[in-house]
Ligand binder design. Structure first.
Ligand SMILES: [Zn+2]
Length: 412
């Protein structure tokens, strides 16, 4: 197993590391670049956003090489009872569908609904090739016919949910790629402890390797973005590998481990949906971007982009460690770990809490109104000298009525 892990990691790493510079050149040629007119981006210059294909290439080269080697030596049987050959074919087809949809989006920016259709199609293909969350029906649903349908439905929801969750945290240099790499390492450890199938171990290792090969180009200050192609692939791949890794285990807790490992993007997305439903009072409001994601909040607290990313890496690693400890040593040790994390954050926060700066101006990304603490907002009863942080939570933009979530730090 350790030979497989070493080769899967290194091969994916080398290919992704070598391919990324080419994707930067290609991005400039085909126009897959981010021009900073988009209000939700934090960048000021034109950036290539085509790193995804390099990561996908690293992953696929490594996986296919190892599948061939392992088949020849006889350590896996792709056509045996578990039908890994069929399942992997479905997975690869899904990757092709997601990639085509998102490459078009990275170059031309298609409507979100077409992207969702692409994701749905890819998820349905994967499920119809036999990758489903097994054995849930054994515990929760008693009617077998309904069981299979519900299984497929839950699987599709899981794949699409995780794909979009990773896509949504793609807002700072190195964030979505780093968080996925950390989650993948956590899953790798869980797979090893769990005695998961060799195929799943190889897949998760290759994903980790490809991401580690890409990160040097993506960590702040980024030379390239991973793009929609990349962040969709990451969520899609990790959601499916998680299923392959925990399938056929008969410990109930194993099924919740991937949810904990991916806790940061999942909870951030759920919170965004709830927040937008409450604020917009309609389903349509859910799809409207805002500045309320966790990474926006941390930057608004006064941390730099790089610090914010490192804080989120730490949170993600804590989720991963919690899942590993829960699985390996049980609930009480996991809870004591959680307690220690909370104490550490409380202590650290006290020491690193920034001085509240009273002269920072914040700009409404919707209408460009600038809140200046020097003047306050007298009509709303805000006295001059009130910092943006101290504005009440229900304060809204006096020009367009958007909430504090739509404001970002204004720099000259
Ligand atoms: Zn406004």
């Amino acid at each position: 197993m350790w030979g497989n892990i070493a080769i899967a990691f290194l091969l994916a790493f080398i290919v992704a590391f070598m391919a990324t510079p080419y994707t930067i050149k290609i991005a400039e040629k085909v126009g897959a670049v981010d021009i900073p007119k988009d209000k939700r981006r934090m960048h000021k210059k034109v950036m290539p956003r085509f790193g995804g294909p390099a990561v996908i290439l690293g992953f696929l080269v490594s996986v296919i090489y190892l599948l061939i080697v392992m088949s020849i030596e006889g350590s896996i049987n792709l056509f045996g009872m578990d039908e890994y050959g069929k399942k992997l074919l479905g997975f690869f087809l899904g990757i092709v569908i997601i990639t085509i949809t998102c490459v078009i989006d990275d170059i031309k920016e298609i409507k979100p609904i077409f992207k969702l259709v692409g994701q749905l199609l890819a998820a349905i293909v994967v499920v119809s090739f036999g990758i489903t969350i097994d054995d849930i029906n054994v515990r929760f649903i008693e009617i077998p016919e309904l069981g299979e349908f519900v299984q497929s439905l839950i699987t599709i929801l899981w794949i699409i949910g995780v794909t979009n969750a990773i896509n949504l945290i793609d807002g700072l240099d190195g964030l979505s790629s780093g968080i996925t790499a950390i989650s993948a390492i956590s899953l790798l450890i869980i797979f090893i402890l769990n005695g998961s199938p060799a195929v799943a171990v190889v897949l998760i290792t290759a994903l980790t390797g490809a991401l580690v090969g890409f990160l040097p180009f993506n960590f702040a200050p980024a030379k390239t973005f991973i793009g929609d192609t990349g962040s969709n692939f990451l969520g899609f791949a990790i959601s499916i590998i998680a299923i392959l890794g925990v399938a056929k285990t008969y410990t109930a807790v194993v099924i919740v481990l991937p949810i904990i490992v991916l806790g940061l993007p999942i909870f951030d997305t759920l919170w965004a949906i709830i927040r937008r439903l409450i604020k917009g009072k309609s389903i349509k409001a859910v799809f409207k971007g805002d500045k309320g994601h966790l990474h926006h909040r941390i930057v608004r607290m006064g941390f730099s982009q790089k610090q914010a990313v490192l804080i989120l890496y730490g949170i993600s690693a804590s989720f991963g460690l919690f899942a590993i400890i829960l699985f390996d040593s049980g609930i009480w040790k996991a809870m004591s770990f959680l307690l220690m994390v909370i104490v550490a954050i409380a202590l650290g926060y006290k020491n690193f809490k920034r001085e509240k700066s009273t002269d920072e101006r914040f700009e409404c990304v919707e209408c460009k109104y600038i809140y200046n603490p020097k003047f306050g907002n007298e009509k709303a009863g805000i006295k001059p000298g009130t910092s943006f942080d101290d504005l009440p939570d229900n304060w809204v933009c006096p020009v367009c009525g958007e909430g504090k979530d739509m404001f970002e730090l204004h720099e000259d």
